[in-house]
Design a protein around this ligand. Structure first.
Ligand code: HEC
Length: 95
């Protein structure tokens, strides 16, 4: 019994972590493996953006304050993450 409880707590903790951290792999199809592409020919090249610009973009897509003609698409990409997660992720990409 004790084992089962511990196992389910561990599973829960794992699930929470994987939901929280932004999964960069999901972005590469459009943005390129090294963020070197103009996604669908429309976006800026993210690797040339600063961390601050990326943070503004990602949080802005989520709350509707940022974006171009295809912002609806990016809202779908970042909607499940918290602003804090997006902020943290923005420091791991760009320049
Ligand atoms: C289906 C293709 C697609 C996927 C997947 C995708 N993006 Fe985008 N991304 C776009 C497009 C198109 C734009 C430009 C949207 C607009 O009009 O503002 C964009 C814009 C951006 C921008 C801002 C660039 C600018 O032009 O200001 C950032 C940062 C970004 N995406 C990060 C991400 C991250 C992080 C993920 C994964 C969680 C992701 N994208 C997944 C297509 C995609």
């Amino acid at each position: 019994m004790k084992k089962i409880v511990i196992a389910s707590i561990a599973t829960l903790a794992l699930a929470t972590v994987s939901m929280a951290a932004v999964n960069g792999n999901a972005c590469m199809g459009c943005h390129g493996k090294h963020w070197e592409k103009k996604a669908l020919g429309k976006s800026h090249v993210v690797k040339d953006m600063t961390h601050a610009e990326i943070a503004t973009a990602l949080k802005g897509y989520k709350n509707g304050s940022y974006g171009g003609p295809m912002k609806g698409l990016m809202k779908g990409q970042v909607g499940r993450y918290s602003p804090a997660d997006l902020e943290a992720f923005s420091h791991t990409i760009g320049k």
